[in-house]
Design a protein around this ligand. Structure first.
Ligand code: 8X3
Length: 256
């Protein structure tokens, strides 16, 4: 560890990018607070990480503002000073065009990707500023930068994450607290697509057929790189795509 960061809190730590980030930071000597809804998955992860890293599990639904506040207020003393917050928890639900989208999907994405991330940030940021030490890494998405068909509310929630990160950078001027938004493109080897296609494994797998997407470890390395820059360097935005992916450009509809 090159700087004074010691303790990291990772949301959505039970799978995918969150899990990979937890493993990477454990290897780098961090103490970890692992947050997710699935306790058994977190326990399995802790078994992998300990004794290398000292871990504390928080089973918590980030959409529940009071629950988040209670959970974070109840952190054991040794895990209370969070130096690095990795706001990773989030999901995409559905690929239908907006006019055919399922309302519950929109509600769930807004509640988790925007409200959940805001809840956690609101609970942790004041302590970072008070200690004048900290780094928030938000996991956004290229979907928040480039619109694509069926991306509607998912892309909008990730645009929220990017712009919220810019707002934090502005508000944190004059403090030592840093903020990064990492925007990955396609990431395979995780549940992202399965969740998006509501458990339809065939459709989920088809997304990654005949191509090589990013893997969660690649994004974990980006997180580790951002937080290990010298204290005077703040990487605000990082856009990461697999070589096989690119924005699709503009489309037109012609008269019949
Ligand atoms: C997801 C990025 O490209 O799979 O956050 O839609 S992409």
């Amino acid at each position: 560890m090159q700087n004074e960061y010691r303790t990291a809190l990772v949301t959505g730590a039970s799978s995918g990018i969150g899990r990979a980030v937890a493993k990477q930071l454990a290897n780098e000597g961090f103490k970890l607070v692992l947050v997710a809804r699935r306790t058994e998955r977190l326990q399995a992860l802790v078994e992998e990480l300990e004794p290398k890293a000292s871990c504390h599990i928080l089973t918590c639904d980030l959409r529940d503002t009071d629950g988040v506040r209670r959970a974070f207020d109840g952190l054991p003393k040794d895990f209370r000073a969070i130096d690095v917050l990795v706001n990773n928890a989030g999901l995409a639900a559905g690929t239908e065009p907006a006019q055919k989208a399922v309302w519950d999907d929109w509600e769930e994405m807004i509640a988790t990707n925007c409200m959940g991330l805001s809840n956690v940030t609101h609970a942790i940021l004041p302590g970072m500023v008070e200690r004048n030490c900290g780094h928030i890494v938000n996991i956004g998405s290229v979907a928040g930068i480039y619109a694509y068909r069926g991306g509607n509310v998912y892309g909008a929630t990730k645009a929220f994450v990017e712009h919220f990160s810019r707002g934090l950078k502005t508000d944190l001027l004059g403090t030592a607290v840093r903020i990064s938004n990492i925007a990955p493109g396609m990431v395979g080897d995780c549940e992202f697509s399965l969740v998006r296609y509501r458990g339809d494994a065939e459709k989920a797998e088809a997304v990654y057929t005949d191509l090589e997407p990013l893997d969660p470890a690649a994004i974990a390395e980006c997180v580790a790189w951002c937080i290990s820059r010298p204290a005077h360097v703040n990487i605000l935005n990082m856009e990461v795509m697999a070589t096989c992916q690119a924005p699709g450009g503009l489309a037109v509809s012609r008269n019949e």
